[in-house]
Design a binder for this molecule. Structure first.
Ligand code: ZN
Ligand code: ZN
Length: 862
């Protein structure tokens, strides 16, 4: 091995860009023809905001740890990168940048502006990903706004439509009046707010409601069948105040007789319960609000008002008229639009829906290995709360077009045939006539929920609709816990609907990144940290160490600069180890070696580390893995092993030196390999000192079971402990650590003392049996806390006398029960506890120091 002098400091700002330039993208390509087992990762496609934030970075670090590890373990890994382009935030941004609204420019032009903005943002994010050393397979990149991808979304739509899993219906659905679009349950956020509960006279009954503005949409009132107060009214018609239309009094067990007056008003629609009653009881539909949240004509004099204005006006009118007779404050959970935080409404409009089979989703989920396992309950809970099917149509522009037209003559729905895809019905016409013979069609202008794109990412990565050999299921879905109810849920649903299979073998959940103050990162708290800032300061590898060690997989983790600093310090330490080792490996060729105790000790610990690291990597426990590697490198290797073999490395015994060289070589080699998934730049910089290929094309270290040896570890521990005790002794005596120590005798069972002798610079004799000691008293130490209080002003004289007295005589007197001492002209009697003695140990006639180390005694001649 030929060796170059390494710089004293490890400089990530020099090393990292250099390796980034050396690595080839093709090192990370998935090989469709490989015989190796496949490992396809269903990577999250981020929303291309142009800003790859720290939460993304944590997620991608986890993915990269797995991808690099699996490659080294012999898998054919696909780590694709997707971009989930469609959606409202980009539309809003484009409107802002160009100072337009989406309706002021033609549809295709608006879409074009969205695509341009998105393409630029993707490029910015790609650069950050490269700098963070994510080993992405760029040959499998996908961009959902491109026809190659959204064509697949359209195929999935058509196939599910043909399987009766997609239908169009006038079912009530969540609606954001500000964004003017339908939204799914997953897009509704709940917030605790206070509202007013209004008690008012409703014909013969009294009703309590929080939403008087929906009175025009009242279609019934309901009471509990167990409520004797109202039995006689059930089945009667009563008149709605203010508006005058008649509604029936119904009884239903869902009514809570203890809430309000026990009489509830059913409107189309105040909440999900109204939807249930409306459907179950076959009630009529009265639309009081339109898609913009404006009161319709059935609201009479309130027509044209916004919901808020109407609420205020009608409440005032009803109070003035004496209809409202009481008001109280009520806490409630309000559903808000995830995007703009506007309270959602429930509107019945014609929408497209995907059927939800909750049992199937739960059963497929149980086939998937969840890491950590407790996260699965979130999916189960969510799945069981679903009130109605998944609404997939959106009244927007920048999204996958729904491949459907309507016949202008007979109204027939014309769903595209798969061979026509991809297409935009707003641009192209169906190549066939309608059944009625007409060739005049109107396009479906609604577009698809972006989750329709992103819920087939696993299928896309596996080659669905692009290859004959579809590789389902994929192996891993990594994602945040915040999108279990969306991305996980929809992906399982779609994979099952389209292939009958689970989408992945494993799902690995990452937590959220919190600021160093423990709060969610936000602009207003000023605690946002960008990955680029960290990289600029300490490099990418130190950042990646924070991601690995900051917390367990699945838990939320704080961003702490000190974790990055610790990562950087670890690199410096390991670098200094490598820098020390390399000159000693000059001319060394790996092969056989005659190991000594301490070599076998290190190799046993190294192989145990490899075994544990392999198990913890398989279980996605990155913090565990890196902590173990760090403590091995820092404590076991640097602080102990290297100190113990220095004398051999610098010595003349070629065989002894070779064993140390071989041990160091194997250890540095294995450490570089085990660190490769975590700190890829550093690992390659170290590995390249030993080899002429990249560590990332090499294998994960195998465990040499024969090297794992409890007895060798025990003997090595003993050598380590004895050496440490002698070194402590030297340091206590103020001796230099390499100062010669003369002759040592070690009593006890110990095999190999050569490394101890070399390290402490002493001759060592190992003696069987127990040493025999004699003790001689060589000094008296007066005990001030006894003498002082008892003798006060005489104490000084007593102490002086004790010090000058013959120590052996005082000791004899103390043993007999009383000490007699002449001080200040009188003889004073002291209790034995007034003094302590300094003793010297004699062994074989020499004064010695004795160090006890476990069952072994080390005797140092003075
Ligand atoms: Zn909204
Ligand atoms: Zn027709």
């Amino acid at each position: 091995m030929s060796v170059t002098q390494l710089p004293k400091e490890y400089n990530p700002q020099e090393v990292e860009p250099r390796w980034m330039g050396n690595w080839q993208d093709s090192m990370n390509y998935f090989d469709w023809d490989s015989k190796k087992p496949q490992y396809i990762i269903d990577t999250p496609p981020p929303y291309p905001t142009g800003n790859f934030h720290i939460g993304n970075a944590l997620n991608w670090c986890y993915i990269d740890f797995v991808a690099r590890y699996k490659r080294m373990r012999g898998y054919n890994v696909m780590f694709p990168q997707g971009w989930d382009c469609h959606g409202l935030p980009t539309e809003v941004k484009v409107e802002e940048i160009h100072n337009i609204t989406k309706n002021q420019v033609p549809r295709t032009e608006f879409r074009q502006l969205c695509e341009e903005l998105t393409a630029g943002n993707i490029e910015k994010m790609r650069n950050t990903m490269r700098r963070l050393a994510f080993s992405i397979d760029w040959s499998n990149e996908y961009i959902t706004m491109k026809p190659e991808y959204y064509g697949k979304t359209q195929h999935s739509f058509v196939q599910m439509y043909n399987k009766d899993l997609i239908y169009r219906s006038d079912h009530p659905n969540n609606w954001c009046p500000r964004c003017e679009t339908a939204i799914a349950f997953a897009e509704v956020e709940y917030e605790a707010r206070q509202t007013t509960l209004n008690y008012f006279h409703f014909d013969k009954l009294d009703v309590a409601t929080t939403r008087p503005e929906l009175l025009a949409a009242c279609v019934a009132v309901a009471v509990s069948p167990d409520d004797d107060r109202y039995n006689e009214y059930v089945g009667q018609e009563i008149e709605v105040p203010v508006f005058g239309h008649k509604v029936k009094v119904l009884s239903d067990s869902e009514v809570d007789p203890n809430f309000g007056t026990g009489v509830v008003m059913i409107c189309t629609f105040g909440d999900k319960q109204d939807v249930r009653w409306w459907a179950e009881l076959g009630l009529p539909l009265r639309k009081a609000i339109d898609k913009q949240g404006i009161m319709t004509s059935i609201a009479g004099k309130y027509e044209g008002m916004s919901l808020g204005d109407c609420k205020e006006a009608i409440t005032k009118d009803m109070k003035d008229a004496g209809i409202i007779y009481e008001q109280e404050t009520l806490d409630q959970n309000v559903g808000l639009c995830w995007r703009c935080k506007t309270p959602i409404e429930i509107l019945s409009e014609r929408q497209w829906f995907v059927k939800i089979d909750a049992d199937d989703i739960i059963s497929k989920s149980s086939e998937i290995n969840w890491a950590p396992p407790y996260m699965e309950v979130r999916l189960k809970n969510w799945t069981s709360t679903m009130e109605w099917d998944w609404c997939i149509s959106r009244q927007r522009i920048f999204a996958t077009p729904i491949p459907v037209w309507y016949c202008d003559e007979c109204g027939e729905v014309m769903v595209a045939k798969e061979e026509w895809l991809p297409l935009d019905p707003n641009i192209s016409q169906p190549p066939e006539a309608c059944k009625c013979g007409s060739t005049s069609f109107s396009p479906e202008e609604d577009v698809l929920d972006t989750w329709m794109d992103s819920s087939i990412t696993a299928l896309n990565a596996a080659g669905w609709q692009s290859r004959d050999d579809v590789r389902m299921p994929t192996q891993l879905r990594p994602q945040g816990h915040d999108i279990i109810r969306t991305w996980t849920f929809y992906s399982i649903l779609r994979s099952s609907a389209l292939t009958g299979l689970r989408p992945w073998d494993d799902i690995m959940i990452n937590g959220m990144v919190l600021g160093d103050d423990g709060h969610k990162m936000s602009k207003s708290l000023g605690n946002i940290v960008m990955p680029e800032e960290v990289v600029k300061e300490y490099g990418s590898d130190a950042f990646r160490q924070w991601a690995a060690i900051g917390g367990a997989t699945g838990s939320d983790i704080m961003f702490r600069w000190k974790d990055v600093v610790a990562g950087n310090r670890f690199q410096q330490k390991l670098w200094s180890i490598v820098r020390f080792c390399m000159p000693h490996l000059e001319g060394f060729q790996p092969g056989e070696a005659q190991y000594r105790t301490i070599d076998r000790w290190l190799l046993s610990k190294l192989n145990t580390l490899i075994k544990e690291a392999t198990a913890s990597m398989d279980a996605y426990q990155f913090d565990e893995t890196l902590k173990n590697i760090r403590s091995f490198a820092w404590d076991t290797l640097a602080d102990n092993y290297i100190e113990l073999v220095k004398s051999r490395l610098y010595g003349d015994d070629a065989e002894a030196k070779r064993a140390a060289q071989q041990t160091l070589y194997l250890t540095v080699d294995a450490l570089a390999k085990m660190l490769a998934p975590f700190i890829p730049y550093f690992a390659d910089e170290v590995f390249s000192q030993l080899h002429d290929h990249s560590v990332h094309t090499d294998a994960w270290p195998g465990v040499d079971e024969s090297a794992i040896d409890a007895a060798a570890e025990g003997s090595g521990e003993q050598v380590k402990e004895i050496t440490a005790a002698i070194r402590r002794f030297k340091s206590d005596k103020g001796m230099a650590l390499n100062a010669p120590l003369g002759r040592l005798r070690i009593y006890g069972r110990i095999g190999d003392v050569a490394d101890i002798a070399g390290t402490v610079n002493a001759e060592i004799e190992v003696v069987a049996g127990e040493p025999e000691f004699e003790y001689s008293v060589i000094g008296v130490k007066p005990n001030m806390s006894v003498i002082g209080p008892k003798f006060r002003d005489k104490a000084g004289a007593i102490i002086g006398a004790l010090k000058s007295a013959d120590a052996a005589t005082i000791a004899e007197q103390a043993a007999a029960g009383a000490i007699f001492i002449a001080a200040g002209g009188e003889t004073i009697t002291l209790e034995p506890d007034s003094v302590a003695f300094e003793r010297e140990i004699l062994s074989e006639g020499h004064a010695v120091d004795v160090l006890e180390v476990g069952a072994v005694m080390v005797v140092v001649e003075k």
